[in-house]
Write a protein that binds this ligand. Structure first.
Ligand SMILES: Cc1cc2nc3c(=O)[nH]c(=O)nc-3n(C[C@H](O)[C@H](O)[C@H](O)COP(=O)(O)OP(=O)(O)OC[C@H]3O[C@@H](n4cnc5c(N)ncnc54)[C@H](O)[C@@H]3O)c2cc1C
Length: 459
């Protein structure tokens, strides 16, 4: 008899696991059933801001594979609009509610993949049932927000609450749609994924495109008129709004895991080993935004909810379930984003992370340009490096600049992943031609500056 794999969650991690398992085991050997409570499989939440802005015109362009493709090409029985409500590890079955007709199904499993993603943070005041208040977690959220933008009376004033990368990307999307946009952030800076000195460059660029930024400001409520939002209430008074977008971060979606006795880690994510197995639960795997992983620089557990990790972790789980061997070796926190034309990249530790982890370090900021100074389109680029003292090992890097800035972080991520020192990095054979870099690439200039700082610090 065929074994049975049940997957909970039909997006990046879940469907990557299901597809990889299918590649290695045919349907006679492994039956695969995937439960997804939403309307879509394998969709790109990452693309939502660009769909909202209009850059990506159609919702369906954000869907990599629909349920029919999974059924026909991969022989994966995808059950849409089915929410798993319980996992019974002893009886090895899941209970799912059909959200269409309210019915309940029970399905047996030999192997289980838990890939339920993350839950957006929602303080008590954040009522998304008020007209004009939206999260941007799912394509349904995106569709509701787009419909609001196109409905009468047309919203003119948007407030984005939360200055993480999703808030920043949404602020950009809405300014591009012609709204007046205020971004409210409780901390002293938006983009807290980079150090304050680098975040200031991002803040300046956001202001330059017309986004009003209010920092150090806590939102305490919403005002509404006739069921439509009319203002965001803050400790410094109301900010008028016809549209509110919530970008307050996420936490791992572990309610089901916890209820069924699966172990959670210190960050709240499901614990997994490097093959994505859940310890103490034979035949149970977990992947994506719902799991805890390890930071390779500090060795500490972290929760880093990013699509890049979800896809890789799902793939690792699927290969192993399929009978192969694969491992997920942790993260270093590489991420990129942009605000209009300004690009931002980061990897590794910020100064505050390095300090908290007990490292001694130097940090340097190098100003350079993306192309040879004389080449048309040459624009400033700022590279920050954090290097351990006295070893010189790279601990973290951040880049802010115009074209060709963000993806330069990948060079630094590879260096960091491989434990290079800034001294080693000065010798890196990086490409040079005037349209792509100055003769000394900004990464090399920053590495040289870090070496100088280390030399001074050793005296
Ligand atoms: C606006 C936005 C922009 C982003 N941009 C980027 C980016 O640029 N780069 C990047 O790397 N990452 C980005 N991300 C993050 C990325 O989208 C997520 O990390 C990724 O989707 C996680 O994949 P996942 O499969 O773990 O979880 P999800 O994509 O959340 O999928 C989990 C699925 O499980 C389903 N589910 C949950 N519980 C149940 C249940 N009980 N029964 C059945 N189904 C269930 C959910 O409906 C969902 O479809 C962005 C996210 C958002 C919201």
């Amino acid at each position: 008899m065929a074994q049975r794999l049940i997957v909970i969650g039909g997006d990046a991690a879940g469907m990557a696991a299901a597809s990889q398992a299918r590649r290695r085991r045919d349907r006679g050997d492994l039956e695969i059933v995937a439960f997804e409570r939403g309307h879509f499989t394998s969709y790109s939440a990452c693309g939502i801001p660009y769909w909202i802005s209009g850059l990506v015109p159609e919702r369906d362009e954000l869907i990599a594979r629909d349920p029919a493709t999974f059924r026909e090409k991969f022989a994966i029985d995808v059950r849409m609009r089915h929410e798993v409500t319980a996992i019974d590890l002893d009886r090895r079955e899941v209970v799912a509610r059909d959200l269409g007709n309210g019915g309940e199904v029970r399905e047996r499993f030999d192997t289980l993949v838990y890939a339920t993603g993350a839950v957006p943070t929602k303080p008590d005041w954040a009522r998304t049932d008020t007209g004009g208040v939206f999260g941007v977690q799912t394509l349904d959220d995106g569709a509701a927000l787009r419909a609001w933008l196109e409905s009468e009376p047309r919203p003119r004033r948007a407030v984005v609450v939360g200055g993480g990368y999703i808030g920043v990307e949404m602020a950009e999307a809405l300014i591009q749609r012609g709204l007046s946009v205020t971004l409210v952030e409780q901390a002293e800076q938006p983009m807290s994924t980079v150090d304050p000195d680098m975040a200031e460059l991002v803040t300046d660029a956001m202001r330059a495109v017309g986004i009003t930024i209010r920092t150090g400001l806590a939102v305490t409520g919403l005002e509404e008129t006739d069921g439509r939002v009319s203002a965001v209430v803050t400790v410094e008074g109301p900010i008028p709004a016809d549209l509110v977008v919530l970008g307050l971060g996420v936490r791992p979606n572990t309610a089901l895991a916890e209820a069924s006795g699966l172990p959670l880690g210190v960050t709240g994510g499901v614990r997994v080993d490097r093959r994505m197995r859940v310890p103490g639960a034979p035949g149970v795997w977990a992947a994506g935004d719902c799991v805890e992983t390890v930071h390779r620089v500090t060795g500490m557990p972290v929760h880093v909810p990013l699509g890049t990790h979800a896809n890789k972790q799902g793939r690792v789980a699927g290969i192993n379930i399929g009978g192969g061997y694969a491992t997920f070796l942790g993260v270093i926190g590489t991420a990129v984003t942009k605000v209009c034309d300004l690009e931002v990249g980061r990897t590794g530790l910020r100064e505050r992370d390095a300090r908290a982890a007990g490292f001694e370090f130097v940090s340097v900021i190098a100003q350079s340009t993306n192309r040879a100074g004389y080449y048309p389109g040459s624009r400033p680029m700022t590279v920050k490096l954090i290097a351990e003292k006295p070893s010189g090992r790279l601990l973290g890097a951040q880049i802010v600049g115009w074209s060709e800035a963000a993806k330069r972080i990948d060079t630094l991520a590879v260096a960091l992943w491989n434990g290079m020192t800034v001294d080693d990095m000065t010798a890196l054979d990086l490409g040079y031609a005037p349209p792509y870099a100055p003769v000394w690439d900004p990464v090399l200039i920053a590495a040289r500056k870090a070496v100088d700082a280390l030399t001074v610090s050793r005296r």
